[in-house]
Ligand binder design. Structure first.
Ligand SMILES: [Zn+2]
Length: 163
C-alpha cells in the first residue's frame, strides 16, 4: 500500500522538449524521442501539497497524484489541426510503459490512472474541468475523446502483463 492514489496523464501543450516551467509542473516528462526527464519535484513531494513544494499538474487533484506528461501538442485544435508538435509513436508508448512501471512501483490500481481530461470530467468544479489533455492520440485517430483514457489503461495493462 502506498499513499499515492492516482496517476494523471497529460500533454504539456508545449514543444517536443520540456522547458523549465514544465519541469516544475510534472514529475516525469517524456520527450518526442521517448526519453524520460525527471521534473523538479518528486512524486513524494505531492504527498503533502500544503508546503507549496509540489508539482502543480492537476488543479483540485494534486495531493497523492503523480503527474506524467508527454511533451508536445502546442496549438492543438482538433484532429485536422494538430499544431506543429503532434505526439510521436515512440513517445506515447514510452509514456504508457512508464505509467505501468509507476503503477506497479506505487501499487496504484489501473482504474486510478487517468487523463487530465477525465479528471476534469469527474471533478467539474475544479480548475481541471475543460482540460483537453488527452482527447486525441495522433497514432490512433479513430479513438474518440471519451475513449482515450480507457484505451491508455488497456495499453498499460498490456505493458504490465508483457514484461
Ligand atoms: Zn494537464
Amino acid at each position: 500500500m502506498s499513499n499515492f492514489t492516482k496517476i494523471i496523464i497529460h500533454w504539456t501543450a508545449g514543444a517536443y522538449n520540456p522547458n523549465s516551467s514544465e519541469l516544475g509542473h510534472y514529475h516525469y516528462l517524456i520527450d518526442s524521442n521517448g526519453v524520460k526527464h525527471n521534473g523538479k519535484y518528486t512524486p513524494e513531494d505531492n504527498l503533502n501539497c500544503y508546503d507549496g513544494k509540489y508539482a502543480a499538474h492537476t488543479g483540485g487533484g494534486n495531493t497523492g497524484a503523480i503527474g506524467v506528461a508527454m511533451c508536445g501538442m502546442m496549438n492543438f485544435k482538433n484532429k485536422s489541426s494538430v499544431g506543429p508538435y503532434p505526439l510521436k509513436a515512440k513517445q506515447v508508448e514510452a509514456c504508457f510503459k512508464l505509467c505501468a512501471d509507476l503503477a506497479k512501483k506505487y501499487n496504484i490500481p489501473i482504474e486510478n490512472v487517468m487523463t487530465h481530461y477525465e479528471f476534469g470530467k469527474l471533478h467539474p468544479k475544479t480548475d481541471s474541468a475543460g482540460k483537453i489533455d488527452i482527447i486525441y492520440l495522433p497514432q490512433y485517430p479513430n479513438v474518440k475523446a471519451n475513449e482515450v483514457g480507457g484505451f491508455i489503461r488497456n495499453k498499460i495493462r498490456w505493458y504490465l502483463s508483457n514484461k
